[in-house]
Every structure is written in structure tokens, then in C-alpha cells.
Design a protein around this ligand. Structure first.
Ligand code: SAM
Length: 213
């Protein structure tokens, strides 16, 4: 996602420690203590401007959410939505999804969401795809046994690649949607990218898959 560089973004994140966690290492294995209420921990990797994670947190007050976003100038836009909504069950981490096992203990996370991840269409960039086996290996470690990954995208190539990557990794594919918006799926929270692509008439693909143990 391309956004204007905001030199003040890191400082603003630091001003809201209740929403944007910067003291990461201290929380490894203790994420429940960072929230007002204990609850399942759901993590979105590549949370962008935050519409999904904030919408999910409003819809499910008993679940605790963490949005992981690499770009500081993007993460700060999600921060604005969280500040406005004053939600106790959502936090942001401005870091790389590939480093998650530095910040989460094995088995600490209940579910991972990936939404409209960058497709990186060139083969030589395959390792940057958030559904590449290297990322899957990290997700497997931090997830509970049989923990799941929920992924949606408009990009057919990335979707096909991801289904193959999940299966080659030994994951179980639980359900696949080839046109999410024309299905009976209930409670879908749209992301910013999802609104943009579906308004152009593009189908939205979705898959739920879990690790075997
Ligand atoms: N999920 C949002 C949506 O659907 O509107 C944003 C989609 S945007 C195409 C992908 C986002 O993932 C970008 O904001 C990008 O900075 C972030 N991203 C890419 N690689 C990442 C990584 N390794 N760790 C965390 N975030 C990442």
C-alpha cells in the first residue's frame, strides 16, 4: 500500500501506548495482561488502515485483536480509527509479520487473519508473500494446536498460490469461497481494499484453513 510518508507517525504511535504497543519483548507470553479482559487472541497480519480489525473488535467484544502493520505511516491511520472507537480489545503492532515468533510465545494466538495481502507476482519475490511457507512456519509456531488462518483476497493468482502453499505445508483446508459477497457468509467485515475491489465488480476469494496440530 502506498501512502504519503508521515515523519511524525512513530511519535504518534508512541503517544498512545494503550493502543499501539511498542514495548514488545516484555509482552511475549503475556499478551492477555495487555487487555482489559481475557479472551481469545486474533491477529491480523498486514492490517493496513485498520477498518477490518476495528470492525471485528466492535462486532466481537469478547475477542482480543492485534493488528500487525509493517509501515508506520499506514499503522498510524489504523491508530486514528482505534482512538475514535475507544475500543478496549484491539491493539496495534508496527512490525514485520515474519518476526511474530519474537513477540508471541508458542501457542499464544488463536487465529490469524490475512486480508488482501500484497501479491508479489514475480517468482523471485515469492518469499515476501504472507502465505509463503516461511510465514506459515511462523504462524504455526505462535498458533494454538489446530489454530487457523483466514485469508481473503481479490487476486486469483495469489489465492491459487496460497491454497497450494497451505496444502503443501500440510494444512487442512476447511472452507473455500470463490465469491464471498455472493454467498451466505454472515458477519463479513470489509477491509478498505475489499471495498475498493468489490465496487469494481471483482469477486472476493476467501479460505479458512488450519494446521493439523
Ligand atoms: N489488509 C488491508 C486491506 O485489506 O485493506 C491492507 C492491504 S495492503 C494491500 C497490504 C498491507 O500489508 C500493507 O499495508 C503492507 O504494509 C502490509 N504488509 C506487507 N507485508 C507485511 C509484513 N511482512 N508484515 C506486516 N505487514 C505487512
Amino acid at each position: 500500500m502506498r501512502v504519503r510518508h508521515k515523519p511524525w507517525a512513530a511519535e504518534k504511535l508512541a503517544e498512545y501506548p494503550e493502543y499501539a504497543i511498542t514495548d514488545l519483548i516484555d509482552l511475549k507470553g503475556k499478551w492477555q495482561s495487555a487487555f482489559k479482559k481475557k479472551g481469545p487472541l486474533h491477529v491480523e497480519v498486514g492490517s493496513g488502515k485498520g477498518q477490518f480489525i476495528v470492525g471485528m473488535a466492535k462486532q466481537n467484544p469478547d475477542i482480543n485483536y492485534i493488528g500487525i502493520e509493517l509501515q508506520t505511516s499506514v499503522a498510524v491511520m489504523a491508530l486514528d480509527k482505534i482512538i475514535e472507537a475507544e475500543l478496549p480489545n484491539v491493539k496495534l503492532l508496527n512490525t514485520d509479520g515474519g518476526l511474530l515468533s519474537d513477540y508471541f510465545e508458542d501457542g499464544e494466538v488463536d487465529r490469524i487473519y490475512l486480508n488482501f495481502s500484497d501479491p508479489w507476482p514475480k517468482n523471485r519475490h515469492a518469499k515476501r508473500r504472507l502465505t509463503h511457507e516461511n510465514f506459515l512456519d511462523t504462524y504455526r509456531k505462535i498458533l494454538i494446536p489446530k489454530g487457523s488462518v483466514h485469508f481473503k483476497t481479490d487476486n486469483q493468482g495469489l489465492f491459487e498460490y496460497s491454497l497450494a502453499s497451505f496444502s503443501q505445508f500440510g494444512m487442512v483446508i476447511d472452507q473455500v469461497w470463490l465469491n464471498l459477497h455472493d454467498s451466505d457468509f454472515e458477519g463479513n467485515i470489509q477491509t478498505e481494499y475489499e471495498e475498493k475491489f468489490s465496487s469494481k465488480g471483482q469477486p472476493i476469494y476467501r479460505v479458512e484453513a488450519h494446521f493439523p496440530s
